[in-house]
Design a protein around this ligand. Structure first.
Ligand code: SF4
Length: 182
């Protein structure tokens, strides 16, 4: 499948997921807390696929800022995601964030007894204890990871640190645009 078509397929999965997450958040009056100051964007084990950053990479190329973000991701000072802004405490490209950025906080895994366990942070667990324990999200993390892996069995499965994934996605889209101009 053509890389742009793969990007559109990823965006379709994201749109569906965002609708479900929004509904869960509204129903349970639960959301991220500003006090966390991007803790999940600074995790050392923030591993992602390249595929989930294709929409971001196409956007960065279309805006002419791919080289800037690529250079910043190469510096790789620490584990903080290159898209996180300390200044605003937010993701610089929230609309184009990855799959894990959408799932973390508001999705679940199933334990060995088939019970839902929310995959979320200490802030949400503490502020919304009742929702997390009594009404966990029925958005299953693995289902969405599988759906992306079916779009591309290589770039949708191999996990690398978020900054490396972003860098590879920018490179991949750069090559695609260079050799597939219409
Ligand atoms: S892409 Fe955005 S939301 Fe995801 S880890 Fe990076 S800064 Fe955080």
């Amino acid at each position: 499948m053509d890389l742009r078509k793969k990007c559109l397929s990823v965006e379709r999965v994201f749109e569906e997921l965002d609708r479900l997450i929004c509904a869960y958040k509204n129903k349970n009056k639960i959301d991220c807390l500003p006090e966390c100051k991007g803790e999940c964007c600074k995790k050392e084990d923030l591993y992602t696929t390249v595929l989930e950053f294709l929409p971001l990479a196409f956007f960065l190329h279309s805006e002419g800022i791919s080289e800037k973000i690529f250079a910043e991701s190469e510096l790789n000072r620490d584990s903080t995601c290159v898209l996180y802004s300390e200044e605003t405490g937010k993701c610089l490209f929230y609309r184009h964030r990855g799959l894990i950025c959408r799932l973390f906080g508001f999705s679940s895994i199933k334990d060995k007894n088939n019970r839902l366990q929310m995959v979320t942070c200490r802030w949400i667990k503490s502020a919304y204890k009742d929702s997390v324990v009594l009404n966990p999200s029925n958005i299953i993390m693995l289902d969405y990871q599988r759906r992306l892996s079916l779009i591309d069995t290589t770039y949708g499965t191999k996990l690398t640190h978020v900054n490396k994934s972003i860098k590879t996605a920018i490179e991949l889209v750069g090559m695609y645009l260079k050799y597939n101009r219409i």
